[in-house]
Design a protein around this ligand. Structure first.
Ligand code: KG4
Ligand code: ZN
Length: 345
């Protein structure tokens, strides 16, 4: 089965063509081959304002979407009407005007090309980014730690497309905390990569920042207090030299990663999962990837994280999740599909 994926939930316009197949003996075993994956990033535009302005993002999506789809078709080796079986598009969560561009383009193509349509939750895209590599070794039950700019969730999966949220952030998302720390230290935009880059030159033990909710009985998170602690600490320092900033970044990153890893491992033990997966933009963070991997190795959980190129928003992950829906015959008509900015798993 060949799927065209379309993603426009925030500030990346993306299209991809992915070939999906399921094992004849075991239909839960899926394999994906990415024929093309094109991402047009709006980072340079939003860097000027230090954040995403929804109206500006929507206009940029409108300009980019057709060329990006065209390029994904071309790079997959096809012509104007590609030989695909379905079109998968992100219908939420995200910015409503950004989502609208992808969904309206997908429904138009579905109508014009007479191809079935699949609505995909952006977060399940981040989950299925893990299947774009190492697909054979992913065994259920699975625990996924989703860490992005808008979400921090622990999700239990007993089978494909079956999501039970067992924990979530009560305030800021992990990526949001990285972005806010970058802003208060006047680092480059986007903040997460800037903080983690600078952290590599710093001492993670220099400042003992709080580890909010690390020992709470539930699997929820809270990052607002940690961000505020960084703010108060930075405010006390008159001259924020690069070395001091590096120590702040490393100590902040250490605190955030410790909480994420500890709670994920506790949940993995409690729910007796076989595999732990990581997903979302923050899964590009080297320290988080390494620490979670080490913790999983110690307790013999299988551990997978997406290839770096599939950690941020992309359409290959949307096509992969869309293929799983399509294999389960879960389609939606172009008349019925709608956007939902607050869609949950
Ligand atoms: O998944 P994503 O691309 O967009 C959303 O769905 O939100 O995630 C973006 C988030 C941003 O907050 C960004 O700063 C963060 O992921 N991020 C990182 C790193 N790379 C991206 N955070 C920490 N370390 C990184 N290396
Ligand atoms: Zn995302």
């Amino acid at each position: 089965m060949r799927i065209l994926g379309i993603e426009s939930s925030c500030d990346e316009t993306a299209a991809a063509i992915v070939e999906a197949s399921s094992d004849k003996k075991d239909s839960r075993r899926l394999s994906f081959s990415v024929l093309s994956s094109v991402v047009a990033s709006q980072v340079e535009t939003h860097a000027k304002t230090g954040g995403v302005v929804p109206e500006v993002a929507a206009r940029a999506h409108l300009e980019a979407i057709i060329p990006v789809i065209q390029q994904s078709i071309c790079e997959a080796g096809f012509q104007s009407v590609p030989p695909i079986d379905a079109i998968a598009v992100t219908s939420g969560p995200g910015l409503v005007t950004s989502l609208r561009v992808g969904v309206d383009t997908a429904r138009l193509l579905s109508y014009a090309w007479k191809k079935p349509l699949v609505a995909v939750n952006h977060l399940e895209g981040h989950v299925y980014a893990n299947w774009l590599e190492n697909f054979k070794k992913i065994e259920f039950p699975i625990l996924v730690l989703i860490v992005s700019g808008g979400h921090t969730e622990l999700v239990l999966m007993r089978k494909h497309l079956d999501y039970q949220i067992i924990g979530a952030t009560r305030d800021d998302a992990a990526g949001e905390a990285f972005d806010k720390v970058a802003k208060l230290l006047k680092l480059a935009y986007p903040g997460g990569p800037a903080v983690s880059r600078l952290a590599t030159n710093g001492n993670p033990l220099a400042i003992k920042f709080p580890r909010p909710m690390i020992d709470s009985d539930d699997f929820d998170f809270s990052f607002a207090g940690l961000k505020t602690a960084v703010l108060y600490h930075a405010k006390k320092i008159i001259n924020l030299t690069p070395k001091i900033k590096a120590d702040i970044c490393a100590s902040f990153e250490q605190a955030a990663v410790e909480v994420l890893v500890k709670k994920t491992i506790r949940a993995a033990n409690k729910f007796k999962v076989k595999t732990v997966l990581l997903g979302g933009g923050v899964s590009a963070n080297t320290h988080l990837r390494r620490e979670l991997e080490l913790a999983c190795q110690k307790l013999r959980f299988n551990y997978r994280s997406p290839e770096i190129k599939f950690t941020g928003d992309n359409a290959a992950m949307i096509a992969a999740a869309g293929a799983v829906h399509a294999l389960a015959n879960d389609f939606i008509s172009w008349q019925k599909i709608d956007v939902n900015p607050n869609l949950s798993l």
